[in-house]
Design a protein around this ligand. Sequence first.
Ligand code: WQD
Length: 339
Amino acid sequence: MKILVTGGLGFIGSHTVVELQHEGFEVVIIDDLSNASIDVLEGITKITGTKPHFKALDLKVKADVQQFFEAHKDIAGVIHFAASKAVGESVQSPLKYYENNINTLVYVLQELSQLTHKNFIFSSSCTVYGQADELPISENAPVKPAESPYGNTKQIGEEIIRDACKVDQSLNSIALRYFNPIGAHSSAEIGELPIGAPQNLVPYITQTAVGLRDQLSVFGDDYPTKDGTCVRDYIHVVDLAKAHVVALQRLIASKNKSNFEIFNLGTGKGSSVLEVVKSFEKVSGTKLNYKIVARRDGDVTEAYAETTKASNDLGWKTELTLDDAMASAWKWEQKIRNK
Ligand code: WQD
């Protein structure tokens, strides 16, 4: 079966392509290379031994999307990662985010709805919950006004899919709300490749440890949490990738209970910033240079997933630990810095 993975050279996309190939799927990747390197294709091939088909294509160009689907009518499913995802950048360039994250989703859905098999997996985010009133956060938690245009594009994206599924019962879709993806494939052939100074915690930690950054700034230790620093649900990217394959197989086997389902993907465990730092120091055997600074605007205090629905309905749960993720992130960082 042929599966289209848009944004398949990205961090989560590339790890998902590996797991799809492990499951015997034929994979076609579309990526515009705006936030990924073509070298990732080689990394995937080194892991699985099978080079995925690849098409450099800008999904914002509707005619090109139509032309692609014309040539690939045998697609059995689409996993849609392609989107811009930097929260801070989205505040500075909202129209770029609405164009890139919304138009592309509409064009892909329009073409998908012409196919025989209409199975669609959408990359969503726990950011849609904002600061949830109840913890752990379940899928029924209210979606709150987005804190950033990026988060808004995920909320709007889910609404677009919901509306499309309402009028087309043959369109089957699952939105996966990721918590905080971290780590890298154990082979260190693929991993996170942030461009410029990382916005996210774990790549900033590994870049500090490898000497690329002077010091990690911990954004606030005066939150009402176990040690004053923010709490998040850090999920190993390989666990996350496997969940996408399980969700796709659910749709292909018509095991879905409705034609639009939503699942939280997390470990169900909250870890503070300082606990992540401690985990890194333990697995790397190095002391991390960090300092406590002021809070970062827009940060929620605490977020971690209620995992019952994913384990009961999807039949998936995480297997890897925070230490596994930090060790794999460190191995990857050292590999790409040739250390
Ligand atoms: C985690 C914690 C920071 C950097 C974002 C997006 C979310 C998803 C994942 C796309 C927070 C602290 C961070 C640093 C720090 N992205 N931190 N120093 O903000 O939970 O989620 O990335 O889907 O949508 O919102 O992740 O890694 O940026 O921050 O202290 O240099 O680490 O304050 O508490 P976040 P993060």
